[in-house]
Ligand binder design. Structure first.
Ligand code: UD1
Length: 429
């Protein structure tokens, strides 16, 4: 249903109330791939009801698993047979880059995997070199033909020392999923340490994997012959929680964000405090209150525990209506400022110089039709629309639906004047 729906936002209402955060998209998609490592039934709870979960479900079904998604209970049951298919086709991989996370489990279980190359996307080119070089170090043979990567290791993968050039989230995940049943010990140095990676390590450990150094930049994994299926609760989505925190601050609201872990958002919440928000911890989450116009805050994105690139667009929106001027530096994805042109249509004053964005706050943005270019850019345009005068129409909202569970009903409950409508005819074609 691409491009056929839009969000109509009428700016001006502060968000007030309570919102519940579900499990992290960037964790659950990988947990679904992890399930393939063990024959039998794996149950994953706290699963967000988002489009990417449906795409991943279709992909692992095509690989041979049966998936039941109880949307009301936010629970997935995944039944994994003894035999799996080896091929992840382009039609699904191109819709969602996270499809690449089946590479590690497939090569671990089958000794062979045939995965369509995901290509670039709206936020950048996103290479796979570190995933593939790591698998080669573990003895896999990797070739690329006709748009597919073929990785094979007929002899079972061998544990090996691996140094990543950069703490890539995806490469760390592929390699530790491949290493858990390899022959011997793998040490991944300069590993990513995102809470979602810790979540995957926890699930793998519950399945019988031997992993040391969880949450650090050195993961030591000693291969075991087989893993057993388990039940696992997904870590809360820190990016969704951070989006709600910015939504509270930008609208001058007061929002309790529950079922969230503020420790995963240390830096972002510290920036919000610097912007003038009052942030308080609560037993089941945290609360963000803002009474004045925000003060502009500088941001530099870095791998965790640095400032998350997935919260950069939301903070650009906040800076766009702040007092003063801020420099936002993007170090992870080269095209992540593409959405700024849409924000400029709402009256924002942003100048891009390479990977820096200079944002001069304006007292008011003014509503206009804009296009969501990716998940977080889309969310950021909605936040800007909440404080723009008049009406903002955000189209291509399927991007937002990929990552935000109940976004519109939750916004409405908090007092936003927003609705989902069919896109205007010229947008729908
Ligand atoms: C994941 C998240 C994404 C988040 C990002 C960084 C998912 C589904 N997506 O993406 O939301 O923004 O982490 O926190 O979990 N790179 C290479 N070669 C490689 C691997 C990566 O050059 O082999 C580059 C990428 O092009 C990119 C940078 O490294 O510029 C970061 O990529 P990575 O950390 O792997 O992010 P993803 O796993 O793609």
């Amino acid at each position: 249903m691409r491009g056929v729906e839009a969000f109509r936002v009428q700016g001006g209402s502060p968000l007030i109330g309570e919102v519940r955060v579900r499990g992290a998209k960037n964790s659950v998609l990988k947990l679904m791939a992890v399930a393939l490592l063990a024959e039998g039934r794996t149950t994953i709870t706290n699963v967000p009801d988002i489009m990417d979960v449906d795409i991943m479900a279709r992909l692992i079904e095509r690989l041979g698993a049966s998936v039941t998604f109880d949307r009301a209970a936010r629970r997935l049951d995944i039944d994994v047979p003894a035999e799996l298919e080896q091929r992840a086709d382009y039609d699904l991989v191109r819709q969602m880059r996270a499809s690449i996370s089946v590479l590690g489990p497939l090569i671990a279980r089958l000794g062979v995997a045939d995965i369509a190359l995901p290509g670039g996307d709206a936020i950048g080119s996103r290479g796979l070199d570190m995933h593939l070089a790591g698998l080669e170090r573990m003895g896999a043979k990797v070739t690329s033909e006709h748009g597919y990567v073929l990785a094979s290791a007929p002899e079972r993968l061998k544990g090996a020392p691996i140094w990543l050039d950069f703490p890539s989230v995806g490469a760390t995940e592929t390699l530790h999923m491949a290493a858990v049943t390899a022959d011997g010990t793998t040490v991944i140095d300069n590993a990513a340490r995102e809470p979602e990676i810790v979540d995957i390590c926890r699930m793998l450990t519950a399945m019988g994997a031997q992993i040391e150094g969880t949450g650090t930049s050195t993961l030591t994994i000693t291969g075991v012959p087989t893993l057993t299926s388990t039940t696992h609760r997904t870590v809360p989505d820190r990016i969704v929680a951070g989006t709600w925190a910015v939504a509270a601050a930008i609208t001058g609201g007061d929002v309790r964000i529950v079922d969230a872990d503020p420790q995963h958002l240390d830096l972002a919440l510290d920036k919000l405090t610097a912007a003038g928000a009052e942030v308080t911890g609560e037993p089941d989450g945290f609360r963000v209150r803002m009474t004045d116009r925000p003060t502009a805050v500088d941001i530099v994105t870095l791998p965790y525990p640095g400032f998350a690139t997935d919260l950069q667009p939301q903070f650009i929106a906040l800076n766009a209506v702040a007092t003063g001027m801020a420099m936002v530096t993007e170090n992870l994805f080269e095209s992540r400022f593409k959405f700024v042109n849409e924000l400029i249509r709402l009256g924002a004053d942003v100048r891009i110089e390479g990977h820096h964005a200079l944002v001069r706050g304006r007292e008011r943005l003014s509503g206009a039709p804009v296009v969501a270019t990716d998940i977080r850019a889309g969310a950021s345009l909605v936040l800007a629309g909440l404080v723009a005068s008049g009406e903002t129409l955000v189209t291509d909202v399927h991007h937002i639906d990929r990552g935000y569970d109940s976004f519109i009903p939750d916004l409405q409950r908090l007092g936003a004047d927003i609705e989902r409508i069919p896109a205007p005819i010229d947008e729908a074609v």
